[in-house]
Design a binder for this molecule. Sequence first.
Ligand SMILES: [Zn+2]
Length: 383
Amino acid sequence: MGEKVYLFMFIDAMGWEILKNRDFLKQELPYRKAVNMQLGYSCTAIPTILTGQPPVVHKHFTFYYYDPQNSPFKIFKYLKYLPKQIFSRWRVRHLLSKMIAKHNGYTGYFEMYAMPFDRIQYFNYAERTDLFEPGGLYPTPNLADLLVEKNIPYHISNWRHSESENIEAMKQDLKRGDIEFAFLYTADLDALLHRVTKDGKEITAKINWYASHIKEIMNLAAENYEDYEMYVFSDHGMTSLAGTVDAKQHFEKLNLKFGNDYVAVYDSTLIHFWFFNNQARRKIMLEAQVLPHSHILNRQEKQKYGIDFSDDMYGEEIILMDPGYQIEPSDMGLKALPAMHGFSPEHHDSKASFLGTNDPEISVNWVGDYFQVMKNKIEKLKY
Ligand SMILES: [Zn+2]
């Protein structure tokens, strides 16, 4: 029988708007609140949760950044002459991503998405290492580094496995009673919400499914340990589609040459620009001011969101779409999805959730604060 175990469960996209009018484990997890997300996507939130630091420190904001010298996609300089249709297929892209990751020894979540093959050579890709492994966010220490340093027996899910496998793996470790800390990773709710939106009737069944597994996990902890605490949290919510904006068409009609005058990355809700001459900057920024349903992030916003990179790693200028408006086509997907995240953290649909059996003893206002909660508990384990 173990002494005490601290359990943390991550449910991707379980926003506050989805939970606030539901009874979801109200008795079991009485400490509950809405939390500000980190501007960006899960690829921004997860490094933030695992380090307690903003993007400007851990260097993960969105997937692509301008870095032609170190681009792992240099080979595409030559492949771009091959017929476009071959590479527009998701399967081909997925296989190529796997080959490049293997060739470079990448262990992170590496996917090319819909980035055009005549542009990809200009960019590097942020998530080259496994964020959850010790050293995965080097030089910023992450959760696993902390657990290893303190010599705590722990369980961290393998994000490559299905969420059912991850839940089962953690249950098995709890039955053995030899772990003292666990971080359980689940991500299927995110995919479901993208498909059916937060108003989809499938959501209730999925939320109930999580609730029954959480109860089982809590029962196992109670049976195999003298004491336990459990916390359940998410990285962001989900905003239903309000409309689409063909942003590429707006900037590509300006008679500027991609690669010579400027480069750009079009995420689903953010556009990143790097300029190579003043004329390009002026033309693009004039057009950016009239791009519908969007605004240019100012210096104060970049500071507030922790993305004021001194080297403009993720763009000299960044445009954020208004809540619900997706860029279509983007470099992440050719078609908008029924729902998306990555809008203003202030919007109610963006809010994440934090729930606990106990008072976390740390004020949790931003998803990066989860790390402080975990760190505080880990320090209690070491006598
Ligand atoms: Zn998502």
